[in-house]
Design a protein around this ligand. Structure first.
Ligand code: SF4
Length: 174
């Protein structure tokens, strides 16, 4: 049985971005299926947001809390909807060996997502998106990667090696 890898759906060519576009990644979409079963996920559409939809971004409030807010419509706050969906993803994520996230997304970014102040100034550049942060906190032993890492020299071989190790360990039950 192949290892199971969750992948941001837009990286597999699914047209689920806010603007109805996709961001297909050739190696992930065309080569990785030889080595792993890919399970697409899209936090925003699975949480019930439409395609197309208003663009959202992460905003750090004065009290330190991070919310997901509309870029143009600052009264649009989808944080509660996203958190409700995330809390239902335990069984999906616990059956994976790894996840590959789309970089810079307010939902999927893995240490690459910008955060804005309530006034709209960019104040951080390297946050996790809401879902990536939840996964990282809830499943600290999972292999987590993003599309930018996989474009680096030798990164794809490193990923496949770690994935083989991880799925082998799980099969041995340790
Ligand atoms: S980055 Fe994540 S939330 Fe955004 S379209 Fe891709 S899968 Fe969906």
């Amino acid at each position: 049985m192949k290892p199971r890898v969750g992948v941001s759906a837009c990286l597999l060519g699914h047209p689920v971005r806010y603007d109805g576009d996709a961001r297909p990644h050739a190696w992930i979409r065309d080569i990785l299926p030889e080595y792993a079963d890919l399970l697409p996920f899209c936090p925003e559409t699975q949480a019930g947001l439409t395609v197309p939809r208003p663009a959202v971004q992460l905003v750090r409030k004065m009290n330190g809390e991070i919310i997901m807010r509309g870029v143009a419509d600052q009264d649009l706050d989808v944080t509660g909807r996203m958190r409700f969906w995330m809390e239902q993803q335990e069984s999906f994520v616990e059956n994976l060996h790894a996840l590959i996230f789309k970089s810079r997304s307010p939902s999927c970014g893995l240490g690459s997502t910008p955060v804005y102040s309530e006034a709209g100034a960019e104040v951080e550049q390297n946050q996790d998106g809401l879902f990536a942060a939840w996964v990282r906190h809830r499943f600290p032993d999972l292999l987590l990667f993003d599309d930018v890492f996989l474009d680096k020299s030798d990164a794809q071989a490193v990923f496949l090696s770690l994935l083989a190790d991880k799925s082998g360990i799980d099969r041995r039950g340790s």
